[in-house]
Write a protein that binds this ligand. Structure first.
Ligand code: CMC
Length: 489
């Protein structure tokens, strides 16, 4: 449906599936069609208040290009239409390709869910066995990439290792690089796309294990293609040299599998938006995965599972819960593992995770911090600060406790979010290249800076009038490089 500009002569009742917008500065009215409960932001371009400007003046309000839709942090902006994942934030409901997350967590496994996300359907027997075979036979990483990982310090954050390793994987795969093979490589050649989806998914687990072995100062052991994805991951991380046929506890394999299903995708979150944004430039997918992993690493996103444990350890005992919550309410602290941009009700993943925690505690022993975490959740859910803001535990509130009980080092937790999320990143990347509009993602800004002015020579700059809200005048201190000798590691 086209956007209509209304004039006195065209006045007729607008179609029901539309909104009517009047710019009260000019009296101009446009009728904008509603499609899938959304309106196109470009419709606002029709609300121009000035004609195109002459070459000797600059209109910093850009009024000749209509009205901009201003949405910092994307609170209400959709940048893509998607068939992958649906969240009903008010009901606390999540489904992938139409299947509720509860059913997938109960009946599926990680690789099958990954296939579902990426290819849109549950695989039949043949597709399933080919998929598993291919992913598990693309788990090796080259000696060169191992050298890159091995060159990092033993105490590097595993996410730094993961990000660097993916950037390096791109460097060692020139045949997968549109910069070298042509910009339309992944648009025209679906074999190359599928092969690299398989390689990326296969290698993500090995890179994760390598980051763990680096921390332990142990050599990376070769992956087991005959194990399941999660079994192989636990094997590569945990196996000691004496146990070539070591098989991780099947209860823990299943627990990790469920956690991986729960983390595999979550529609347009910060890191997935990074994958599509970066991918829209047609860069190679290894670089785009590195960028997405960087976005995930932050404590407001996939780094929250690590932050939850640091927070609960700091609280220490049940007695300290209420004083801690007072600090949160005074905005001096953040309650990590609570709140979500989309969920305004319980995150359905956190309910499932709470049950998985019990299985893991049975196998590994009860994690003592669970008492403090439970007291924290109970107190927060009764407190008006959290109730009125509709803040509930999210996926990260309990997952960290499971990872801790499993014996993973704290800074490894975000890796256990990143590896399964690779499936979601790839699904959205593929969807964008297969069905997107082919345009580079390039948001606009609202310019609120200075108007046009003439360059001032340095001798005369003291005379420049500085407006109150200007942040350009800085008295820079001299930063000294800290000497490492004697520094605490
Ligand atoms: N602790 C204390 N206050 C909070 C929290 C929290 N965890 N989350 C939100 N609020 C407050 C926020 O300060 C705001 O208060 P006010 O109305 O007084 O300004 C109000 O609640 C509404 O929050 P919001 O602005 O709607 O939140 P957002 O959508 O901008 O941010 C969030 C979402 C997840 C970044 C945020 O809830 C948060 O920082 N949570 C803690 C970090 C965390 O657990 N992240 C993991 C998210 S789930 C896994 C993933 O997908 O990444």
């Amino acid at each position: 449906m086209a956007i209509t500009t209304m004039t006195q002569t065209t006045m007729k009742p607008p179609p029901k599936e539309s909104v009517t917008i009047t710019d009260n500065r000019t009296g101009k009215t446009i009728i904008v069609p509603i499609t899938n409960n959304s309106i196109p932001a470009v419709a606002f371009k029709a609300l121009k208040t000035t004609p195109a400007i002459s070459s000797d003046s600059i209109d910093t309000d850009d009024t000749a290009n209509g009205i901009r839709v201003f949405d910092p942090a994307f609170l209400n902006t959709a940048a893509i239409s998607s068939k992958i994942t649906f969240i009903d934030g008010d009901r606390g409901f999540l489904m992938h390709r139409g299947y509720p997350i509860e059913q997938l967590a109960e009946k599926s496994d990680f690789l099958e869910t990954a296939y579902l996300l990426i290819y849109g359907r549950l695989p039949d027997k043949k597709q399933d066995s080919t998929w598993r075979y291919e992913v598990m036979h693309h788990t090796e990483i080259s000696e060169d990439v191992k050298k890159v990982i091995g060159s990092m310090r033993y105490d590097s954050h595993p996410m730094s290792v993961f990000i660097s390793a993916f950037a390096a994987l791109g460097a060692f795969a020139p045949e997968a690089n549109p910069a070298l093979q042509g910009r339309n490589l992944y648009i025209q050649n679906k074999d190359v796309m599928n092969k690299n989806i398989i390689r990326i998914l296969g290698k993500a687990g090995t890179v994760a294990a390598a980051s763990m072995r680096l921390r332990m100062n142990r050599p990376l052991i070769p992956p087991r293609a005959d194990y399941s994805y999660c079994e192989n991951l636990l094997y590569m991380m945990d196996s000691q040299s004496e146990a070539e046929n070591y098989r991780p506890d099947p209860r823990l394999v299943r627990a990790l599998d469920i956690l991986f299903i729960l983390h595999a995708d979550h529609e347009m979150n910060c890191s997935t938006a990074t994958m599509t944004h970066v991918g829209s430039s047609l860069v190679d997918p290894y670089s785009a995965i590195a960028a997405s992993a960087a976005a995930l690493y932050g404590p407001l996103h996939g780094g929250a599972n690590e932050a939850v444990i640091r927070m609960v350890e700091k609280i220490g005992t049940v007695d300290n819960v209420l004083p801690f919550l007072e600090k949160v309410k005074a905005k001096k602290e953040l309650l990590f593992g609570f709140g979500h941009r989309v969920y305004r009700n319980t995150d359905p993943r956190s309910k499932i995770i709470r049950e998985v925690a019990e299985t893991v505690f049975e196998a590994c022993g009860r994690e003592p911090l669970i008492e403090v975490a439970t007291a924290l959740r109970d107190a927060a859910l009764k407190d008006d600060f959290f109730v009125s803001r509709r803040l509930y535990p999210n996926v990260d509130f309990w997952s960290g406790l499971i990872y801790k009980a499993l014996g993973f080092p704290l800074d490894f937790f975000p890796i256990l979010f990143a590896v399964p999320r690779v499936a979601g990143w790839l699904a959205h990347w593929k969807q964008m290249l297969d069905h997107g509009n082919g345009k580079i993602w390039r948001p606009r800004q609202v310019y609120v800076g200075e108007g046009l002015r003439d360059y001032v020579p340095i001798e005369k700059r003291a005379e420049i009038e500085v407006s109150k809200d200007q942040d350009g005048v800085l008295e820079l201190p001299h930063y000294q490089t800290k000497r490492r000798l004697g520094a605490k590691l």
